[in-house]
Write a protein that binds this ligand. Sequence first.
Ligand code: PAF
Length: 308
Amino acid sequence: MNIAVLGAGAMGSVFGAFLAGQPEHVVTLIDIWKEHVDTINAQGLTINTTEGDLVVKNLTAVTSAKDLPPQDLVIVFVKATVTEAAMAHAVNLVGPSTIVLTLQNGLGNIEKLCRVVDPKCVVGGINSYGSAIKGPGQVILRGRGETVFGEIDGSPSERLDKLKLVFDAASLPASVTTNVHGRIWTKLISNVAINALCAIIGIKNGQLLNYPESEALVEGAVGEAVSVAKAMGITFETDDPIAYAKKVINNTGENVCSMLQDVRAKRETEIAVINGAIVEGGLKHGLPTPINLVLTNLVKVIQQNYPA
Ligand code: PAF
């Protein structure tokens, strides 16, 4: 398969590296970070795992998609804040039979992609891996998680059954769902619980449950998200979203979450499509979301005050 990964941050690099491990794929990473791109092309991409370093050389990195032909698969891994703009600059990657798969955090990525490419090409999904950029050409893989995707209209799908086999073969075990919006909301619950709180307090995910004060905020933020999801007719893929959030916190206990990584690197965060999306949904449905509003506003102020 010809596979392009749009956004070679920590997650995009990990997925690109594992897929490139299969000789039948031609993998191209696309990222505007030139130093990262140049290092990958010169020395390969190094994935630092608990079992040791994996150095992947049979992939190419580019800073722009403009000279690439249409691909069989485009995996979108840019920050949710730039989904639409990044895809708009890479529409030449998409032909009539291309699958454009979002595995990003947050709400709204499917809708943004559908605004710039044929919605029939767009597939929704989630992943729950923990990873971080160590430096140009180097990524730390902290924890393996799940990858789930599904057609956006909820139909069963032969193309996704085949895609699952591609991911499985590359040691990225995947499953296909007919409730992708519920799955994205279920993943969102963990981001609502973890990301803003860890970014504000400056702690690893697991520490959130060490203090009754932060645990209460986890429960409060998730409780508000559940009310909004119910009003929107979302069916979660868990019976107990608070227990689910705590399980993710424990499973990723040693992670520095992506939003804290963003704050430390002085980058714009995904707050608007995580806790901010709960506030927006609450406003639409007349539901109070005070905890998510405070978390959203605090992170927005933090990111406007990064030291120069
Ligand atoms: O955004 C993140 O960091 C991850 O989605 C998660 C699951 C919160 C783990 O750190």
